[in-house]
Design a binder for this molecule. Structure first.
Ligand code: SF4
Length: 650
């Protein structure tokens, strides 16, 4: 292995935030590379500040480093200045822990949380000297792996990734280590042979083992090339989070990062059934961490890291069945977090959660965030976010009356069946929220944050034709005009970026050529508004002879083969189609944690069940949630006890 520190160090004086590249954080390790261990490079393809807090990466980093037969290091995408300096000096991508050459690791594994980072994957591979296309790699090159929520439609990245891990990675990384270790010991003979072995691991999808036939622009069939390769790859699910108390040694960054606090995951999965929410659909069933383990992780984590803030994370933390007891216990635990701030990053919209908020945020109540997602009750029934106007107003009243001054509201625009009265319902709600606040303080303010809806794979809205750029802009301007002089502020996400996300989210294998074209034309860091330019994407689509509207704004039919049909998130396609039809009829569907199962397929097919500590719903548990997707990703509905409402970057 080539150590690059002597060549990296001289570059640091000339770049912004050199601490991004030096490692040595508390909680990090400097593993000794040895022939008997499979070396993993875990890469988050965005900056250090965005990537370091990623819990998935930190969990796998620890699990792999605990194994005798593996070791793991980390890398992040170098920012533009460092990238240019590295290219100018011929310095390849390196790990931040020991500054070894990234291209010399056995496994090069990406965490893909959002689609617009895809071009950064190519940049990282190229910087490491690894051919970006799988077909050009030779036995000496790393096996390129990817996981994360975005890979539930892996096809746009099929040309670049050798093997995708679908679902939870805790167990799969061990199995991949064994296969790659055996390949190494056998002299790294045929790359095709090791990929075929990887394809036999449950939850691992190896795209080169599948042929795709087209019928004009449509997919006719996706079929395995060999009999021993599964027709459908089923996601991995860790049955009991109690078996995986990770991360035990959370990394403490050297510079400020997003979510800069101790993060403890209290449960995985969500059965609220918000129809726009891919995260909720693909992570079912609900698996709660035992309360006692949460307390231990909080106590130990605070002791190790020195943080003065802890977040209990999940898709909808107030839905944790023992949340009130847990919060009260933590707040009163002088040994644990008696003197630290506690935050719940995802809150439902109801008075109960405001009550929890007031329990943990006793001082400086300046900002509180809710996500009603839709402007009218009608559209909220369509998206199954069953929050009435009264729920919202009661929560807001509770917040202002207890001293909060700012309320932020998250909404999606471009939802199925949306009419202008639904869009304008957003401004009506925002105006009413300001009015409620002004009863309590002249300083009361409200911000409506709107993002364009991107339909995602494995959701009931996967068949919906996304709104185009012009239509989303029209809706934004409608709101902007309607909110003039209202006392409420409007913020919106760029509809052009929403369109590009639509191309990458529901694309098929042919979109790989588009991603490569965008990358070759300088399109990296596409998640960053100052770096994004839709023209690059449209030029790439034109160059590849692909119609953007066919991919983005077209409604799909029930008969159509979808690019991800050979990937199983557990939800029956019939269930999703019926739920899509129910959406169009404005019918809601209750949370199956507390109602009889409606056979979506996840528990029955995977012989799993919800792991819920308390057998009865928590107070307010039958109401809407504060979780969801906005800007095509999980919207963190942050409640920060230091008094600011934060929106996660990137
Ligand atoms: S199988 Fe039933 S209980 Fe399990 S997530 Fe689906 S609807 Fe809920």
């Amino acid at each position: 292995m080539t150590e690059l520190w002597p060549r990296v160090e001289p570059l640091l004086a000339g770049v912004e935030k050199p601490a991004r590249y030096i490692g040595m954080e508390r909680g990090s390790v400097r593993p000794v590379h040895r022939p008997s261990a499979v070396s993993w490079l875990l890469v988050y393809p965005d900056t250090y500040e965005i990537g370091l807090p990623n819990q998935g990466l930190q969990i796998l980093y620890e699990i792999l480093n605990e194994r005798e037969d593996a070791l793991a290091e980390r890398a992040y995408a170098p920012w533009l200045d460092m990238d240019a300096a590295m290219r100018a000096q011929g310095v390849p991508l390196f790990s931040v822990d020991t500054h070894h050459h990234a291209g010399e690791f056995d496994v090069f594994a990406f965490g893909l949380a959002a689609e617009l980072v895809y071009t950064n994957v190519l940049e990282c591979l190229d910087l490491a000297g690894v051919p970006v296309r799988g077909e050009d790699r030779r036995p000496e090159h790393p096996i390129v792996v990817a996981g994360g929520h975005s890979v539930f439609n892996p096809e746009p990245m099929a040309d670049f990734v050798d093997a995708f891990v679908i679902g939870d990675g805790e167990e799969a990384v061990g199995e991949i280590t064994e296969v790659v270790g055996a390949w190494k010991r056998g002299g790294r003979a045929s790359r095709e042979a090791v990929l075929r072995d990887l394809a036999s691991i449950p939850g691992v999808y190896v795209p080169s083992m599948y042929e795709v036939d087209y019928d004009g622009p449509a997919i006719a069939e996706v079929r395995p090339r060999f009999d021993d390769v599964p027709e459908v790859v089923e996601k991995r699910t860790v049955a009991d989070l109690g078996d995986w108390p990770y991360p035990k040694r959370q990394l403490v960054p050297l510079i400020e990062v997003v979510h800069d606090r101790l993060n403890v995951e209290v449960f995985r999965g969500c059965t609220r059934g918000c129809r726009f929410c891919q995260a909720g659909m693909i992570t079912r069933p609900v698996r709660e961490r035992p309360e006692e383990q949460v307390r231990t992780m909080v106590r130990e984590g605070l002791r190790r890291t020195g943080y003065d803030e802890v977040a209990l994370t999940s898709l909808s933390t107030a839905d944790f069945s023992g949340i009130d007891g847990l919060v009260a216990g933590l707040v009163n635990d002088q040994e644990g977090c008696g003197n630290v701030s506690l935050s719940l990053p995802s809150l439902r919209v109801d008075a109960f959660t405001v009550g929890i908020a007031s329990e943990i945020q006793k001082v400086r109540r300046t900002g509180l965030t809710f996500a009603p997602e839709g402007g009218t009750w009608r559209i909220r029934q369509v998206i199954n976010k069953l929050i009435s106007d009264d729920d919202l107003f009661a929560a807001v009243e509770g917040a202002y009356s207890q001293g909060w001054q700012r309320v932020k509201l998250y909404f999606l625009i471009g939802l199925p069946t949306e009419m202008d009265e639904d869009t304008l319902g957003i401004s009506e709600l925002a105006r009413e929220v300001v009015k409620i606040g002004r009863k309590y303080t002249k300083k009361a303010s409200a911000t409506a944050s709107v993002g364009g809806f991107v339909p995602k794979a494995h959701t009931p809205f996967q068949w919906f034709g996304q709104n185009g750029v012009e239509e989303l802009r029209r809706k934004v301007f409608l709101l902007r005009d309607d909110l003039r002089k209202s006392g409420a502020t409007l913020k919106w996400h760029d509809p052009a970026a929403t369109f590009a996300e639509g191309i990458a989210s529901r694309g098929d294998r042919r979109i790989g050529r588009v991603i490569e074209h965008v990358w070759r034309n300088g399109g990296i860091f596409q998640e960053w508004s100052e770096r994004f330019d839709l023209t690059r994407w449209l030029d790439a689509m034109a160059a590849e002879g692909l119609d953007p509207d066919w991919y983005v704004t077209r409604h799909r039919t029930d008969e159509e083969v979808l690019p991800w049909d050979h990937i199983a998130a557990g939800l029956h396609r019939d269930f999703l189609w019926d739920d899509w039809k129910a959406a169009l009829q404005e019918h809601g569907l209750p949370d199956c944690r507390w109602t009889p199962c409606y056979d979506c397929g996840v528990c029955t097919d995977f012989a799993l069940e919800h792991v819920v500590a308390s057998p009865v719903p928590p107070a307010g548990g039958s109401q809407g949630t504060g979780q969801g997707l906005g800007f095509g990703r999980e919207v963190p509905v942050e409640l920060i006890t230091k008094g600011q409402t934060q929106v996660a970057a990137g």
